[in-house]
Design a protein around this ligand. Sequence first.
Ligand code: 21W
Length: 225
Amino acid sequence: MIRFDIITIFPAVFEPVFNESIIKRAKEKKKVQIRVHDLRTYSRDKHKKVDDRPFGGGPGMVMTPQPLFDAVKRIKGRRKAKVLLMCPGGTPLTQKKARSLAQERNLILICGHYEGVDERVRQAVVDESLSVGDYVLTGGEVPAMTVVDAVTRLIPGVLGKEASLEDESFEKGLLEYPHYTRPADFRGMKVPEVLLSGHHADITRWRHEQAVKRTKKIRPELLKG
Ligand code: 21W
């Protein structure tokens, strides 16, 4: 069982995502526990403010330290937890990173907003900053969902047997080969003959060739490793 605690100013956006499909079943099977916390409830400001203008000037707002320090302290309680800040300048999330996070017991995810968080939060509260890719989003909520999703499916017993076996046999570092299902001829577009042949060695070789071809074309950097 991994416990995720998410700190956000938009708690409602997580509900639909975590209450469907595999994440929902993982919660029901007690493989994960997910708690979403509204950062504003930790603000001691009379207007529940969680941001302020940056010292030194410049555009935008910065998330103030007090609500984040208090939220993490309260949520941690006496438990040990790894605190992750979702941040465009963080370490890139990779499958390897997801596998390593899946070994943790307690993960606290802070969703960044505005220009970012006060540096003292990073220094004193955050263990690691994580980015989900080199593009600009509106906040850390979708990245936090991405982390929960990527980590949850790696917990033993979350995926069905079929999917986990498929995962093991997935050729490391290659994109997927093309998939086909019935009909064998859809509006004149035919399924490659080899897949209908029943020759498993031929099928395996064809799929590998296709995976390499596709990787060369779309993600050549994956082949350089
Ligand atoms: C977007 C926060 C822009 C801050 C240099 C100086 C979390 C994210 C986010 C956001 C800025 C992730 C700047 C991939 C993402 C996230 C919101 C301010 C401007 N640069 N992974 N000032 N992409 N994004 N940066 O956007 O919170 S993980």
